[in-house]
Write a protein that binds this ligand. Structure first.
Ligand code: BGC
Length: 613
């Protein structure tokens, strides 16, 4: 990244403190206008999950970003033309936007074990982002999730660093490619140890020693940096009691100095707020840690004031600000932002017809087919003949929202077919391949009848959630969790945690309707193929026992057809668990643990070809 240093120096020589501090600020779109972007020299704006302009079509995004861009590029006596960079959570396709191709969440991609495909997924995602006039995605997540109680487990490729480290550079290269018109800026996150917190508590404390941090959680970042990733997001969790957002050793000594990262570090959503009660102090701690850009969604004016005061009083060295601004400008130059036309005039924003196109959907379809993992197949019930008389039931059978999971159109995901424009539900895919199949009226399978149905496909599992709302635990009982085998015995305070997804990993307790539907059908004499949707492995002993075949489909995204393709054997089933599968709630297995004894081990997955099992 050295070609631009002279140009950066020339530009910085013209910048006053206001202009420099403005570059370091990233407000959320709902809290800033284009006029304010210009007035305060703002460097970046973001959309939080579900924060969308107009009718949420690509055209609405282009128009919005074009306005911000135009404001940032107006040059006059008080303002320098420095292009703004707009950031979104395109974490499984450009999934905030109506009509986008929604890819399987990362946990399914980990099961697909296909690094080459990752590059194509990332390239396709980059095109779907670039169409909307946006330049930056907060992806890929490089969490190595070590406890499936964590609500963000599905954002992780694997509990083992090997797959994550192999995927990281491929995904980064796919997104950033030649930094040209079909590329976007990548952002690896959340640095570091987000997947290592005690009991998988979102934003909790990673109580591990440095050797383990380096062995399990650092290698994916090194790989992404070596592949040229331009930005890194700091994590909201702590490492042994100290928040990553104020961790100078992690952000400056390791990330910048040791790993040689020369792009910029962005803070996570209002992440500095929790560093101190006094916001000025929080700003100081965040700045001194080595953070470069601050995602201060609403309080950005306060941030600017505090930063200027801190610099003027000498509490923040001017060279810390200069380091941050140089890094931000370096990314902007490196990505060619200064030379790119305004969003409305870019090559792909003039080709909105490629958004959600068949060509793009085919990549997602391939990913779905490759990600399914078969856990049980008695008497080779699968694959099914298309002429078989099939009843389809289960709450997740005909719900494109459910199959996409969190971070889809809304932060917490969608719950209906209507919200996901394009693609097919699993039922719709089955119907296309086996036109005689029938969908149960109330999805509970009351019509099951062996005279009419040879088999039932029952689609069960989780419903959408994101971040801390997906955590699983009994509130108030964290102290007890610390006595689990394999976990560190340190008491924790969860008093601030309001709502979680469930209290334990047992599917029959969190979703009793699933086992009820399966039993409803089998008790009438029709065997069941269970297909489970969900963001993590759960304890499914009862559901496994009651079904003749069991397939884990993860959160496949918009292309439910891919699930049907595999159930009917048009494609072999080939996914392998990238997470250990539990038998009880109170154990936490990860591959390589001493006395490793999960229900299904890491790497497990039956295929139709018996010679491979
Ligand atoms: C999440 C990040 C995300 C950011 C912006 C935060 O709540 O932790 O992963 O990129 O919001 O939406």
């Amino acid at each position: 990244m050295s070609n631009f240093e002279k140009r950066i120096s020339e530009l910085m020589a013209k910048m006053n403190l206001d202009q420099m501090v403005g570059q370091m600020v990233q407000p959320e779109r709902q809290f800033i206008t284009p006029e304010q972007v210009k007035k305060h020299h703002i460097g970046s704006v973001l959309s939080g999950g579900g924060s969308v302009p107009g009718d949420n079509k690509p055209e609405d995004w282009i128009a919005m970003n074009d306005e911000y861009w135009a404001a940032s590029m107006e040059a006059d006596d008080e303002h320098l033309a420095i292009p703004i960079v707009y950031g979104v959570d395109a974490i499984h396709g450009n999934s905030n936007v109506t009509g986008a191709v929604v890819f399987p969440h990362n946990i399914g991609l980990g099961a697909a074990k296909d690094p080459e495909m990752m590059e194509r997924i990332a390239r396709t995602t980059a095109r779907e982002i670039a169409v909307t006039g946006v330049e930056w995605t907060f992806a890929p997540t490089l969490a190595v999730a070590r406890n499936s109680h964590w609500g963000r487990t599905y954002e992780s490729y694997s509990e083992d660093p090997q797959i994550v480290t192999e995927y990281a550079p491929r995904f980064v290269r796919g997104l950033q490619s030649d930094l040209g018109e079909e590329s976007v800026i990548g952002c690896v996150k959340h640095f570091i140890g987000d997947g290592a917190t005690v009991h998988g508590i979102d934003q909790g404390d990673a109580q591990i020693d440095e050797e383990e941090l380096r062995r399990l959680h650092l290698p994916p970042y090194q790989a992404a940096i070596d592949a040229g990733v331009l930005t890194v997001m700091a994590s909201l969790n702590s490492w042994n009691g100290l928040k990553c957002h104020e961790h100078r050793y992690l952000l400056t000594d390791i990330l910048k100095d040791e790993l040689g990262f020369r792009g910029f570090i962005v803070s996570d959503w209002d992440g500095i707020d929790c560093l101190a009660e006094d916001f000025g102090k929080a700003v100081e701690l965040g700045l001194n840690s080595g953070m470069d850009m601050f995602m201060v969604t609403e309080k950005w004016e306060e941030f600017i004031q505090h930063t200027k005061t801190l610099v003027n009083s000498g509490r923040i060295p001017k060279k810390r600000i200069e380091d941050a601004v140089r890094r931000i400008l370096r990314v902007k130059f490196e990505f060619g932002l200064f030379d790119k036309p305004r969003p409305a005039e870019r090559k792909l924003s003039k080709q909105t017809e490629i958004f959600g196109s068949k060509e793009h959907r085919d990549v997602a379809l391939e990913a779905v087919r490759k990600s399914l993992v078969m856990l049980k197949n008695d008497d080779a019930l699968l694959p099914l003949e298309k002429s078989t008389r099939i009843l389809v039931a289960g709450k997740n059978a005909n719900n494109r929202g459910h199959q996409c999971g969190g971070f889809t159109v809304n932060w917490q995901g969608a719950i209906s077919n209507e919200e996901i424009v394009g693609g097919q539900s699993i039922w719709e895919g089955i119907q296309t391949l086996a036109p005689s199949a029938v969908l149960s009226d109330n999805l509970e399978g009351n019509e099951a009848n062996p005279d009419q149905h040879d088999v039932a496909i029952v689609v069960i599992g989780e419903t959408p959630y994101a971040e801390m709302l997906g955590d699983i635990r009994v509130p108030g009982l964290l102290q007890e969790y610390s006595t689990f085998p394999n976990s560190t015995p340190i008491p924790l305070d969860d008093s601030e945690v309001a709502e979680v997804y469930a209290s334990n990993l047992y599917l029959h307790e969190m979703h009793p309707e699933d086992i009820a539907t399966i039993n409803n059908i089998t008790s009438r004499g029709v065997p069941v193929v269970a297909v489970m949707l969900g963001g993590r492995p759960l304890v499914v002993e009862k559901e496994l026992e009651a079904s003749s075949a069991f397939v884990m489909a993860w959160l496949p995204g918009s292309e439910g057809h891919g699930v049907a393709d595999v159930l009917f054997g048009d494609f072999d089933i080939q996914g392998k668990l990238s997470f250990s599968w539990p038998k009880y709630d109170n154990e936490n297995w990860n591959v390589g643990d001493p006395n490793y004894n999960p229900r299904f081990p890491y790497g497990f997955g039956l295929t139709y070809d018996k010679t491979n099992n």
